[in-house]
Design a protein around this ligand. Structure first.
Ligand SMILES: O=P(O)(O)OC[C@H]1O[C@](O)(COP(=O)(O)O)[C@@H](O)[C@@H]1O
Ligand SMILES: [Mg+2]
Ligand SMILES: [Mg+2]
Length: 285
């Protein structure tokens, strides 16, 4: 089995345990993560589980996560030339309180972190919805699996974004959006249906399913947006682009954004090519 398939299997097995763990871990810890957000017990649990299991794979030499300051380096065990894994252990974890959908995001990078999304050789996300599903991208192929008893079963192969887009979801408070972005939203809302749930993975998965656009844009008070490049933006861009869509930070593909810090943020826009291209035009880039 290839190392990438091994990573995907470990993520699937861990997804079952993460899901099972949620029931007793819906309260906040006293700690904040490196992005200054309060951590839930569930965030910490998922992070520890994934760190332990992913680093146990021979070909994995480093583990970085949204929930910890520093990279955990295991290169001595993998002869220094293994993959670096970047993880958002629970995406949209504040949804655990209201029992709404959440995700797990995994990027497999072929270079030491921080590095650009062009170093990604695979990416995957788990969606904890009514079903636990997993979408993987590797070798230009996007596949969807259902996870049962910790094992992934293929349900759809060679996924591409639908040609007739239906939905949009944009994060951030409306008054915080820039004027250019707001003008774009006013166009799009005549064409697509709003679907926004506050967990990027759930919102992006709707775009993967129905076509359209998801964005967490630059805000007036926060030009860098909210989402993190290595753990959220680049892996999702890799998956959406592998499915025939586009990603952008407003100017260029998220895969081409220079990475200088592990926890750096980036404006995220992903979806059907037409909508992302129009968005770049609206932003004047
Ligand atoms: O609550 P807001 O501001 O709409 O932000 C929602 C965004 O924040 C996130 O929850 C951030 O992810 P984390 O839960 O991993 O910090 C995204 O999943 C989502 O798109
Ligand atoms: Mg997240
Ligand atoms: Mg998270």
């Amino acid at each position: 089995m290839s190392a990438v398939e091994e990573v995907f299997d470990v993520v699937a097995a861990s997804a079952r345990d993460i899901r099972d763990s949620l029931v007793g871990r819906r309260t906040y810890e006293d700690e904040e993560n490196p992005s200054g957000e309060q951590q839930l017990e569930a965030d910490v649990y998922a992070d520890q589980l994934l760190e332990e299991r992913l680093l146990a794979i021979d070909a994995v030499s480093a583990y970085a996560s949204e929930e910890r300051d520093d990279i955990v380096d295991n290169s001595a065990d993998s002869n220094g030339d293994g993959y670096s894994i970047a993880v958002d252990p629970l995406d949209g974890s504040s949804n655990v309180k209201s029992n709404n959908a959440m995700g797990t995001i995994v990027g497999v990078y072929d270079d030491p972190l921080p590095t650009t999304g062009r170093s990604l050789i695979a990416a995957a996300y788990v969606l904890y919805g009514p079903l636990t599903t997993m979408v993987t991208a590797h070798d230009a192929t996007v596949s969807e699996y259902v996870i049962e008893d910790g094992v992934r079963r293929l349900v759809q192969e060679d996924i591409t974004l639908p040609d007739d887009p239906l939905v949009y979801g944009f994060g951030g408070r409306v008054p915080a959006w820039t004027d250019d972005f707001t003008d774009y939203v006013h166009e799009v809302e005549h064409e697509l249906k709003l679907r926004y749930g506050g967990a990027m993975i759930a919102d992006v998965n709707q775009v993967m399913t129905y076509g359209g656009i998801f964005a967490y844009p630059a805000l007036e008070s926060r030009p860098e947006g909210k989402l993190r490049l290595l753990f959220e933006g680049a892996p999702i861009a890799y998956i959406v682009e592998s499915a025939g869509g586009r990603s952008s930070n407003g100017e260029r593909s998220l895969l081409d954004v220079e990475a200088t810090e592990i926890h750096q943020r980036v404006p995220v826009h992903v979806g059907n090519t037409e909508y992302v291209t129009r968005l770049e035009e609206a932003l004047g880039t």
